[in-house]
Design a protein around this ligand. Structure first.
Ligand code: NAX
Length: 329
């Protein structure tokens, strides 16, 4: 039977980049037929309907059905996978509390609609920002759905980190592994190179050879470059990251469903691992085995790294408190 995939914000930029790759089989494989549900707000329906026409014209062999709707109950009916891309962007003069409230008003009802309508094996990936807290809000509203089924996308951050490290080492990005993102998908995120490998060997000596003082390179070059890459793309391209965000979303879901052969990064529910308060959706090094994410445990974290993880997690705690204070969690 085909997999039903719901994409919210399907009429937006990332939605447009995602749809055709999903239809082509990049996410679930060349043998898996897909049914797509494009969920938009009324203003976005035209763009989503246009994309649906183009999907038809793509004549994708795996694409069984496309439906466009602005009704959440219809949009999540029978969904096996939900990609929550549509979100309220920060407008001029908008305070953080207003942004959190506006998004709680989107992700709470969507979580409830997922609980009411989606298939029992639903897997949710939140892309729309603030992604971690939006995922937390949706998970909290989805009564009866295990919180493990709600994740936030930090794979784009990891892909950026691996690409930067590959460039620094003069290596192929496919040879770079174990560069987890910790914490929030925000400027406080901590891309961690301390466990990184190149072609299976620790990067240690080679990295020293390339950059000299590794700690300084991390603080002055690597971490800011990764954490501010979104802003760099906007400056150069004149528009935010789109195709790379869609590609990372595909990577995240593919690995979740098909499993990983090494670590990757995802925002997943904390059970207290590495001292991250229980119930937060924080990015961790993860593996996917038998269709479930599990946090890679037992890693050494030195004091310098600890402070960075703690700072990003503190921001997640603040976001959770702000949403609670609004009575929306
Ligand atoms: P666009 O503004 O192009 O598209 C957003 C779409 O969502 C619009 O078509 C809008 O009508 C729709 N929408 C808004 N509210 C909705 C609702 N309640 N239900 C359904 N649809 C709704 O933005 P785009 O460039 O596609 O970015 C989408 C989101 O991804 C943004 O929140 C953005 O900040 C976030 N990103 C997250 C990244 C990540 O790594 N987690 C990276 C890329 C991106 O910045």
């Amino acid at each position: 039977m085909a997999t039903t995939i719901t994409i919210t914000g399907a009429g937006g930029q990332i939605g447009y980049a995602l749809l055709f790759r999903i239809a082509a089989g990049d996410m679930l494989g060349a043998d898996e037929p897909v049914r797509l549900r494009l969920l938009e707000i009324p203003q976005g329906l035209g763009a989503a309907e246009g994309a649906a026409l183009e999907l038809q014209d793509g004549a994708f062999p795996l694409l069984e059905h496309v439906e466009v709707t602005d009704d959440a109950a219809t949009g999540f009916e029978g969904a096996n996978i939900a990609l929550l891309v549509g979100a309220r962007p920060r407008g001029p003069g908008m305070e953080r509390a207003d942004l959190l409230a506006a998004n709680a008003g989107i992700f709470g009802p969507q979580g409830a609609a997922i609980a009411a309508r989606a298939a029992s094996d639903i897997r949710v990936t939140v892309v729309g920002n603030p992604a971690n807290t939006n995922a937390l809000i949706a998970a909290s509203a989805a009564e009866g759905v295990p919180a493990e089924r709600f994740t936030a996308l930090t794979r784009l951050d990891e892909n950026r980190a691996r690409a930067q490290l590959a460039q620094t080492l003069g290596a192929s990005v496919s040879d770079i592994r174990r560069v987890p993102i910790w914490g929030n998908h925000s400027a406080t995120q901590f891309p961690d190179t301390s466990h990184a490998t190149v072609a299976g060997a620790p990067v240690g000596a080679l990295l020293v050879d390339r950059v000299g003082d590794v700690r300084r390179w991390q603080e002055d070059t690597f971490i800011p470059r990764v954490a501010k890459r979104g802003a760099e793309i906007i400056e150069v391209r004149g528009s935010s990251s789109v195709a790379s965000a869609a590609s990372a979303t595909i990577d995240h879901v593919r690995d979740w469903v098909q499993g990983t052969d090494d670590w990757t990064s995802a925002g997943v529910i904390s059970h207290g691992e590495y001292g991250v308060p229980e119930g937060l959706i924080s990015s961790f090094p993860v593996r996917s085995v038998a269709g479930r994410w599990s946090i890679v445990e037992g890693l050494e974290i030195d004091d310098w790294a600890r402070a960075r993880v703690d700072a990003s997690v503190a921001e997640l705690v603040e976001e959770r408190e702000a949403v609670r204070a609004l009575g929306m969690l």
